[in-house]
Design a protein around this ligand. Sequence first.
Ligand code: PRP
Ligand code: URA
Length: 209
Amino acid sequence: MGKIVIMDHPLIRHKIGYIRRKDTGTKDFRQTIGEIAMLLCYEATRDLPLEDVEIETPICKTTVQELKGKKLAVVPILRAGLGMVDGILQMIPAAKVGHIGLYRDPVTIKPVEYYCKLPEDCQEREIFVVDPMLATGGSSSAAITMLKERGCKNIHFMCIIAAPEGIERMEKDHPDVDLYVGALDEKLNEHCYIVPGLGDAGDRIFGTK
Ligand code: PRP
Ligand code: URA
């Protein structure tokens, strides 16, 4: 069974409060999404395995710890997931980046797939799927299914705001995937938007509405 971690770090809480405000403009919204992604990444990578390595400092030989084993990949769900990528790459500059294009049909609320381009060796990598919003869970679940169909195994999911319905869906469809959630909200409204949420994350990041 995967882990579900709901963040309680004060910086994450403060910054999520700021992006929820309807008067936070595109520039500040986009910048803060990046900052939150960096902090989520810090928490979500807490359990990555380390190994001892012998090195020499200018003073003497010593043993240090370095990340062991699998390399990482970040996979944003387009569009809104793109807003989280730079913050994560600031923490893990060597990570490869894949892209999954999905949008939620406004009438059926079902995800519609339009793009998938992953690192060639994605099956060997530890994968962090990122999307600011986990609402019904349809998009994230479909993205993770697409990764599994391509042979990916070690998958983690990071989001900024989740609804209980989305978490339930992910637990049901992908119980092997760890979930790292910035804040757990109350519910979905009749249009399947998260309440209180922050509105449409993609539109707010890219200024399209
Ligand atoms: C938003 C969001 C998620 C999805 C969440 O994307 O970024 O991908 O909705 O909803 P769900 O959990 O009910 O599937 P949207 O479809 O608005 O596309 P966009 O990022 O291109 O704006
Ligand atoms: N997608 C968003 O961008 N926001 C929501 O609240 C739900 C889906």
